[in-house]
Design a binder for this molecule. Structure first.
Ligand code: FDA
Length: 452
């Protein structure tokens, strides 16, 4: 076993870990980054499948994500907008595919009015929530005791109105059923992107892509760290005292003054801590769970939907694929549709054989875009729940009641051990932007401690 000594050991070479490590190095501290996988990037992974470049994990960049936009510019990367010209498609309770433009679903006027009223109420509630400290909001405990679904159904008897709003937060973002998380968690999620108006507007939230793939961000950040990033080094044990830590990985042990654990909080149980983490941390980690989503990539010889005046954007609370987007690569002659299957629908599909799953998913895409959608030349399903070092998609959130009970301790260091991952972020929660912010915050805290 190789033994090395650094000021800081960072566990995980995703965006949060590589950001923290660069900031620490800039301040003159030495670092070693231990990464379990044989690649850098974690939940960012740009891969080529059957000749098609696909974003297996995170990819979209929003116009309000200043931290990420700044890093993209700093690394010299370029972005291109998501194709969105043309009509979108919505399938309502009646099962009919309806074309629409703008961000208001083409529902009955009464349903539209109900949705507007609920959204206004949610916006008002979200305005009172600091995304970095939702547990401090007025009536936080109460807001955290009620499920988002229960609140929505209490707010309206119009089932399509509540289903359509649940779609945006539950299926599309937290990727959990709306009965499984609280109203407070929904409000924090909205507050973390600047409010519900941003959350429901695909043009804001899914604005641009990095040309060549978003994984270049952590790859280039890791490149700056050179040999201090060690791959295929899953950390299995962390020994710690107030004086320092030793991280024991596959073939290397790093002794350091501080540690940054930069992976989703559901993975803490994969490490043995000596001594164990304090009881509060052990408890709180049990109340966080990953969402679950299948990201589907269907590549066609051309973006055929554009010929029909369709944008490639589609939504339905009642379809297996609850949302789809034109995800054609910049400058590519082939056309790509990316769809998402979330939570209980994903569970159901994973019980099927791959061929049947593919058929069900493509049938769903065809209900939005016509029969041609069922005949892709390349087809791939991103399956992050099967990944040992992630265990779900897109990220972790608290179960009902957990946010106000444990949230305040989520980012509290334990002796020399600090925590960083997009799942713990305030602004940018569950997003790459949040991973950058929390990586910077943790580095800043350690730099202050090093100077004091
Ligand atoms: P991340 O999980 O990326 O990194 C943690 C690293 O730690 C991993 O490399 C892992 O292997 C490593 N690790 C874990 N345990 C270890 C151990 N014991 N020892 C050593 N290493 C260990 N976001 C966004 O902004 N726009 C988007 O469009 C999307 N879309 C999206 C789609 C899909 C399918 C997914 C899965 C996710 C997204 N996201 C997203 C979310 C985004 O990808 C995510 O929030 C960040 O990439 C998380 O970065 P972190 O560095 O926090 O964790």
């Amino acid at each position: 076993m190789l033994e090395i000594t650094r000021d800081v050991v960072v566990v995980g070479a995703g965006v949060a870990g590589t950001t923290a490590a660069n900031e620490l190095r800039r301040a003159g501290l030495s670092v070693a980054v231990l990464e379990a996988r044989d690649r850098v990037g974690g939940r960012l992974w740009t891969d080529t499948i059957d000749g098609a470049m696909l974003e297996i994990g995170g990819q979209w960049v929003s116009s309000h994500q200043d931290a990420l936009l700044q890093v993209i510019a700093d690394l010299g990367l370029e972005t291109s907008p998501r194709h969105r010209a043309g009509d979108s498609v919505y399938i309502g309770r009646d099962g009919v595919a309806a074309r629409f433009s703008g961000d208001a679903f083409p529902v009955a006027q009464s349903t539209r009015a109900e949705m507007d009223a609920i959204m206004a109420r949610l916006e008002e509630l979200a305005a009172g929530v600091d995304p970095a400290a939702p547990w401090d909001a007025a009536h936080a405990a109460h807001l955290d005791e009620i499920s988002f679904q229960q609140w929505l159904r209490g707010a309206t008897s119009d089932r399509e109105a509540s289903d359509a709003i649940a779609l945006v937060v539950a299926a599309a973002l937290l990727t959990k059923p709306a009965h499984a998380f609280s109203l407070l968690q929904a409000l924090q999620t909205a507050a973390s992107v600047g409010g519900f108006a941003n959350l429901v507007d695909a043009d804001v939230i899914l604005d641009r892509r990095v040309i060549g793939g978003l994984q270049q961000v952590p790859l280039l950040l890791a490149e700056r760290l050179g040999d201090d990033v060690l791959l295929e080094q899953p950390v299995r044990a962390l020994q710690w005292t107030d004086a320092g830590v030793s991280a024991v990985a596959a073939t290397v042990t790093v002794h350091a003054r501080w540690a940054v654990l930069a992976y989703p909080p559901v993975l803490h149980e994969r490490l043995t801590f000596h001594p164990p983490l304090p009881r509060l941390q052990q408890q709180l980690h049990q109340h966080l769970s990953m969402g679950s989503a299948i990201k589907v990539h269907a590549v066609y010889d051309r973006p055929f939907w554009r010929e029909q005046g369709l944008s490639g954007t589609a939504f339905s609370p009642y379809e297996l694929v609850h949302a789809a987007y034109d995800n054609t690569n910049h400058g590519d002659a082939q056309g790509t549709l990316t769809g998402f299957v979330s939570d209980v629908n994903a569970d159901e599909l994973f019980r099927l054989e791959p061929a049947e799953r593919r058929e069900r998913i493509l049938d769903s895409l065809a209900r939005y875009f016509g029969a041609e959608a069922a005949e892709p030349v390349v087809y791939h399903e991103s399956d992050w729940a099967a990944e040992e070092w992630t265990r779900g998609a897109f990220a972790a959130s608290f179960d009902l009641g957990g946010l106000h009970r444990y949230g305040a301790d989520l980012r509290t260091p334990v002796g020399p051990v600090h925590f960083a991952a997009s799942d713990l972020a305030g602004i940018g929660f569950q997003h790459v932007d949040g991973a950058i912010r929390i990586g910077r915050d943790v580095a800043e805290t350690i730099i202050e401690r090093a100077r004091s």
